[in-house]
Design a protein around this ligand. Sequence first.
Ligand code: G6P
Length: 483
Amino acid sequence: MVATRAAQVLVASNRGPVSYSRAEDGSLTARRGGGGLVSGLSAIGADADSVWVCAALSDDDRAAAAAVGGRLDPADTGGQRVRMLDIDPAVFAGAYNGIANSVLWFVHHLLYQTPLEPVFNQDFRAEWAQYESYNAAFADALAEEAAEGSAVLVQDYHLTLTPRLLRERRPDLRIGHFSHTPWAPPDYFRLLPDDIATSVLRGVLGADRAAFLTRRWADAFAACCADLLGAEVTADGHGLAVRHEGRTTRLGVHGLGADAEFLRERAHRPDVDERMAALREQIGPDRKVIVRVDRTELSKNIVRGLLAYERLLATHPEWHGRVVHVAFAYPSRHDLAVYRDYTATVQRVAEEVNSRYGTADWQPLILHVKDDFARSLAAYRLADVALVNPIRDGMNLVAKEVPVVSEGGCALVLSREAGAFAELGEDAIVVNPYDVEATARALHEGLAMPDGERAVRTKRLAAAATALPPQRWFLDQLAALTD
Ligand code: G6P
């Protein structure tokens, strides 16, 4: 059991550690997911009394959860106790696609094209009601599962109302909320209707502690609380605190790092070696490699990245035939038309670059859209330059993973708007993500960087990137919440 004063630890997140799919014979098989939260939580061990509460995300998840009354078979979860909530599909769609991914995600990543969007109408109100009941379903389940005095770690923008709802049900619990996204500055957060904006803030303030990936996002949250709620924000040796309606919520910062041990082992398995050989073949001999790996996500700024590569080729003909851009853009949230359109644009722009500059024996850009973690690791190993240019990003783990896995040293072109900038800014080539010309120059600088300098910088980047591995990230939060 972990050294914590809480009787028990609970985690709540939209996406849980497993998902189900139906095999050809009709049986349901579980697949364990990856990511910081899954590896972080492994710190408390499979035999601990912890419970992870998550939502069923698909019909297969719902069928699997229903068959066991929502409490998953530990054999499916690597021993972890998981309660999977069977939320009505219409409620889930309104809460997840509607409010979480089309409103809160857009607000925190500054993604709206404000002359036209957002429009907060009656459809939005209906989705908001669904978001409320989705958050209430989590609060109910957590209240039911938690032993007296437990610590509950609520994750992300899907669940901003849950801390407050849970406190109303169970004032004995220690409640933490963690935002994996940026937080919008007050002037942008005010786009939300007043009652909704204040509900979100008051929901998070239901926690004893609200934590963020960087100080910048914590400051923005505090500024929203001061501006929209008139809350009192104080700073002392322990960091920021927000006082509102007679309660104090402490703010924390925990910059999730890369899991070096896992990555180094995983990156040298035979499936990665195989993909590396295939990629090398496709790239061709003696060529530099610029790598990017993202979900096809509007905030990742993939299109401007491709345009910057095109500018590099236009302004530096000496690279023709000597560089290849390997771009992996894995489809994400394709229930939303705006994401499907974005994926199509990425594909179209990539084709244009190839048809403009490609020759019989040189394909300047290799785009893959089918998710393949082993191939991503193979690309990390090969990379001479990594391009990470999000418009805004809570952290961005690719920026932290590449320096750890890279074999020959890798220059990092990094957006100053990624959370990772706070930790990696000194050794990266930093760009304004909207500035395509400057990004093209940064790519050139990365390609031309002398080997010695690149090796030194990569080493420092890898050290900074792994300073807070997922397990410590998780335990630090827990310790800060229960102390
Ligand atoms: C972001 C969010 C996570 C989420 C991930 C994938 O990183 O902060 O909470 O899990 O995106 O998004 P998805 O919608 O596929 O769960």
